[in-house]
Ligand binder design. Structure first.
Ligand code: CO
Length: 256
């Protein structure tokens, strides 16, 4: 029996869970109707917070046990991670521990694992936010100490390469920072900035660090610098093109 384990970091925001994580799961299930689809969250903090509300989402390890008990032999693990960073590595370790219990195990790529993925995401997000006069689009990635973090600068570079010099990519926790982005925006004299997360979900980072009222949120910092800001609190998982990219990664892993 075929099974798909969809692995996400997780979120405690109900709207984000539904529209940006479950939406990917639904697209995946529709693409592989014969497979048993199970979701896991890797964040223990998020799983515990959800459990207090009566929402049980298993860890990778528990989900694999559950799938074995249900008779899954042919397993596909598909992460919703953005890049092959630390979260992704920990997921691979957890899968490795139980791998021998299945007849076959394959693992799909995260959203961005190849140059073609970077180009695909640039096209999808470029379509979502079309160019407007005197307006820059600033995308907020998460950012990581992992070397995979270079993908954010690569995305920024590729937006420019396809003629979208109005699109900038920054991160909350790593390089490029919002200061780096603002420095590069400054000579262009934009009046307005459209802000959106470059994350699977629009959770705490999007709500607080991007769109929040605190003076160090990106919206506030850009506002203080004289830009009029408009925030889109919507994660990548809500975009059909992104859901399809995960499905394509799942399909190529399974058919490999
Ligand atoms: Co974070």
């Amino acid at each position: 029996m075929k099974g798909i384990l969809l692995v996400s970091f997780g979120s405690t925001h109900e709207r984000a869970r539904k529209e940006e994580i479950d939406a990917v799961a639904e697209r995946m299930q529709a693409a592989f109707p014969d497979a048993l689809l199970v979701q896991a969250y890797t964040s223990g903090m998020i799983r515990r917070a959800l459990a207090k509300r009566g929402v049980e989402v298993p860890s990778v390890s528990d989900a694999l046990d559950e799938m074995l008990a249900q008779g899954v032999t042919d397993l596909l693990v598909q992460p919703t991670h953005i890049m092959p960073g630390d979260e992704h590595g920990r997921m691979l370790d957890a899968v490795k521990e139980k791998q021998g219990l299945f007849a076959r195990v394959c693992v799909g790529d995260p959203l961005l694992a190849t140059d073609a993925d970077v180009a695909a995401l640039v096209a999808i997000v470029g379509d979502r936010f079309s160019r407007a006069a005197d307006t820059a689009v600033v995308l907020m990635g998460h950012g990581s100490e992992n070397f995979a973090n270079v993908v954010y600068a690569a995305l920024d570079y590729r937006f420019k390469a396809v003629g979208r010099d109005d699109v900038y990519v920054g991160t909350v926790e790593a390089y490029p920072s919002i200061d780096d982005v603002m420095e590069r925006m400054a000579p262009h004299g934009y009046a307005r900035v459209v802000l959106a997360p470059l994350m699977l979900v629009a959770g705490d980072h999007a709500v607080n660090d991007m769109a929040g009222d605190e003076e160090d949120s990106w919206s506030s910092v850009l506002g203080a610098a004289g830009y009029e800001t408009q925030c889109f609190v919507e994660g990548l998982g809500a975009l059909a093109g992104v859901q399809d990219l995960y499905v394509a990664h799942a399909r190529s892993a399974w058919e490999a």
